[in-house]
Design a protein. Structure first.
Length: 72
């Protein structure tokens, strides 16, 4: 499954790159890209565990930038 999410309060491109790296290491993630310019995240993962992976991705994002939110 491939889904795109809006991101709110993503402050810098460096943080976006760190988030991408951390999320890509989550088991089950096939592909992830975070664009600082468009404030969007694209996540590709298996349908069966997508919600679990998304929840882990949100935790990784908040570790790097606590104010950043992932919007549906």
């Amino acid at each position: 499954m491939k889904k795109k999410f809006k991101m709110q309060d993503l402050d810098c491109a460096h943080c976006a790159a760190k988030m991408e790296d951390a999320i890509s290491r989550i088991e089950g993630v096939d592909e992830v890209s975070i664009s600082f310019l468009t404030q969007k995240m694209t996540l590709v993962a298996d349908d069966a565990v997508f919600e679990d992976i998304l929840s882990k991705a949100v935790k990784e994002i908040s570790k790097i930038e606590p104010d950043c939110k992932v919007l549906a």
